[in-house]
Design a protein around this ligand. Structure first.
Ligand SMILES: NC(=O)c1ccc[n+]([C@@H]2O[C@H](COP(=O)([O-])OP(=O)(O)OC[C@H]3O[C@@H](n4cnc5c(N)ncnc54)[C@H](O)[C@@H]3O)[C@@H](O)[C@H]2O)c1
Length: 334
């Protein structure tokens, strides 16, 4: 396979490295407008070719195009790549609007091409372990999903903090709670420095008694990457800042004996053991690249497809509308 990577800024070099490491890939061609980025790729990865001309790359015999440019350019590169008959890998978030995402999915379907959306966290050992625990019924029914992703982060020029950071957590939420249906969102945020929000809170509502909340911030003095899943059997904390015990499962919970009259209800707290399951440490991008290649070889939908990208973009779009209206509930038709 030959793979072209468009966009060699912060994230692109990681993609070049991981595609070069795949046994099925015999050529990687990096593309960027900036000569300094091409020179860096040549220096760090002598096995890769480079070009500053993406149109020539699309006309070449590459099988797949990896798009790691700013979000507002994803659609243009993705559409031109599909029209040139290439399978595509698109960085998160998939597109800038849900209409763009739907159009790309239709083009890919009509040409029997694959769309892989880089929801990187789905390929981490930690998230896969949490999925296994949920599948095995270890946590019981999930009642809430509470996520914090904050630090002194890199301001983006084209998207606000929700579009930049929340796709990670939203993709994890969809993956872990795949049996639940999102019905709408409410979001609040503030833009302290320019016209894009740098701090935001996003709530996602489901059709049953389950709720998810996301706190994202580019201007926090401390770095927190933590997620809590409240199950009715056990509760789980995923702390991505931990090197070893990333996941902790708590045999803790609340039981209410009568719910008819709250002042008469007997609430019992259960505080039991905690354990930390082993998490596989393989680099997520390596597994992602493998999944993309296998989905092409086996002619099947990849684990993180255009449809998964679209589901996240719908929530991001709805969050913009909600923020404009000071946290108004915005319905989502999934
Ligand atoms: N999956 C993840 O964990 C993860 C992490 C970081 C960034 N990303 C995503 O990767 C994408 C890129 O982010 P970044 O932080 O690397 O951005 P960046 O601004 O550092 O890099 C973008 C690069 O694209 C190049 N570019 C722009 N237009 C081009 C064109 N017409 N032809 C060729 N090159 C062009 C720019 O010169 C630049 O080098 C974004 O979608 C971002 O959300 C994903």
């Amino acid at each position: 396979m030959k793979v072209g990577v468009i966009g060699l800024g912060y994230w692109g070099p990681n993609l070049v490295r991981n595609f070069l490491a795949q046994p099925e890939v015999d050529k990687v061609i990096g593309c960027d407008l900036q000569e300094s980025r091409l020179a860096m790729i040549k220096r760090k990865f002598p096995g890769a070719d480079t070009t500053n001309d993406y149109k020539a790359l699309l006309k070449s015999d590459v099988d797949a195009i990896v798009i790691a440019t700013p979000v507002d350019t994803h659609y243009k590169f993705a559409k031109e790549s599909l029209e040139a008959g290439k399978h595509i890998w698109v960085e998160k978030p998939f597109t800038a609007t849900s209409d763009q995402a739907k159009e790309l999915i239709d083009i890919a379907d009509s040409k029997d091409l694959k769309i892989f959306v880089d929801h990187t966290f789905i390929y981490t050992g930690a998230v896969r372990k949490i999925k296994d625990l949920i599948r095995a019924g270890e946590l019981g029914e999930i009642k809430y999903f509470d996520s914090v992703r904050i630090n002194l982060g890199l301001f983006q020029h084209d998207v606000n903090v929700i579009w930049d950071l929340a796709p990670h957590d939203l993709s994890i939420m969809h993956y872990l709670l795949e049996d639940k249906k999102v019905v709408g969102v409410a979001a609040n945020g503030i833009a302290n420095y320019y016209d894009l929000e740098n701090v935001a809170h996003l709530s996602v509502y489901f059709d049953n008694n389950c709720f998810a909340h996301f706190h994202v911030n580019w201007t926090s003095p401390v770095k927190i990457r933590r997620m809590i899943l409240g199950g009715d059997k056990k509760m789980l904390v995923f702390n991505d800042m931990e090197n070893f015990e990333k996941i902790k499962v708590y045999d803790s919970g609340v039981e209410m004996e009568s719910t008819e009259k709250i002042h008469e209800a007997l609430i019992q707290y259960r505080i039991g053991d905690m354990y930390s399951p082993k998490v596989v440490q393989t680099e997520a991008l390596n597994l992602g690249a493998m999944e993309f290649i296998n989905s092409i070889k086996e002619n099947r939908v990849p684990l993180t497809s255009g449809y998964d990208g679209l589901k996240v973009v719908k929530i991001l779009e709805a969050s913009d509308e909600s923020i404009k209206n000071k946290g108004k509930f915005v319905a989502i038709n999934d």
